[in-house]
Ligand binder design. Structure first.
Ligand code: ADE
Length: 238
């Protein structure tokens, strides 16, 4: 039996155009968020864990306060369980706080307080999956590591996936591969942040802003929508 491996066939010109336009959009429209002014892996991890299943606006209230209470990974590792639970109160999904706390303890104990840099080592920490590992590796260490959250998934699917594979696992493999090969050399931080903001602000789930979008001519979804509207007979005016 032959195993077919998906290799995205993308013209280098298309890849470059996507990268350039996305980064240019981010330069002008990217959000100024507090976790974007740090390269400290601990602070980035705190933001990423808080942002799982929680909107940015809500996290903004908690992020600064949490870091004032636990400014370093050592402070968090030394805290008691109930104190951490209390600091998380109101954010919900408390397993996240437990995992974050356990990760802090593990990094302090086993790695002398220094975050590991590789994806495999990061994914070995409690509560850190492929997405979070990619976020820490690219945002803190500038590694060319892909990220795929709901927003990024939507952007990449719309732009690049013309025919959706019937199996979710096949789509996932394809999207992770795309998310990796699209990262411009040395620009993982900007590119991954840009993808997230683009998904949150432009390529939204409902009412995407296609008419303002500079990726339109590269976008499979946009072209399909246009083809559909061109082939729909117009209603006669009464
Ligand atoms: N959601 C998860 N990580 C994020 C980030 N770094 N910026 C904005 N939204 C996010």
């Amino acid at each position: 039996m032959s195993v077919r491996t998906y290799r995205p066939r993308l013209a280098p010109k298309t890849v470059r155009a996507f990268q350039t336009r996305l980064l240019d959009w981010f330069k002008h429209h990217g959000r100024d968020l507090p976790w974007r002014s740090t390269r400290d892996p601990y602070k980035i991890l705190v933001s990423e864990i808080m942002l799982q299943q929680t909107q940015v606006d809500r996290v903004l209230d908690y992020y600064g306060r949490f870091l004032r209470e636990y400014p370093s990974i050592q402070d968090l590792a030394a805290a008691g369980r109930s104190a951490v639970r209390e600091s998380w109160d109101g954010l919900g999904y408390y397993a996240r706080a437990r995992h974050l706390h356990a990760t802090a303890r593990r990094v302090v104990k086993r790695h002398a307080g220094e975050f590991p840099r590789t994806l495999d080592q990061l994914m070995d920490l409690p509560g850190i999956g492929r997405y979070t590992a990619g976020a820490v590796a690219s945002f803190a260490f500038g590694e060319s590591a892909p990220i795929l959250d709901t927003n990024v998934r939507r952007v990449l699917t719309r732009v690049f996936v013309r025919r959706r594979p019937s199996r979710q696992a096949a789509l996932d493999r394809r999207l992770w591969m795309l998310a990796e090969l699209l990262i411009p050399c040395g620009k993982a931080w900007e590119f991954n942040q840009a993808l997230m903001d683009f998904g949150a602000l432009m390529c939204t789930a409902r009412n995407p802003r296609c008419s303002d979008c500079r990726l339109g001519e590269l976008c499979a979804w946009n072209q399909a929508q246009r083809a559909k509207s061109n082939s729909t007979p117009r209603r006669r005016r009464a």
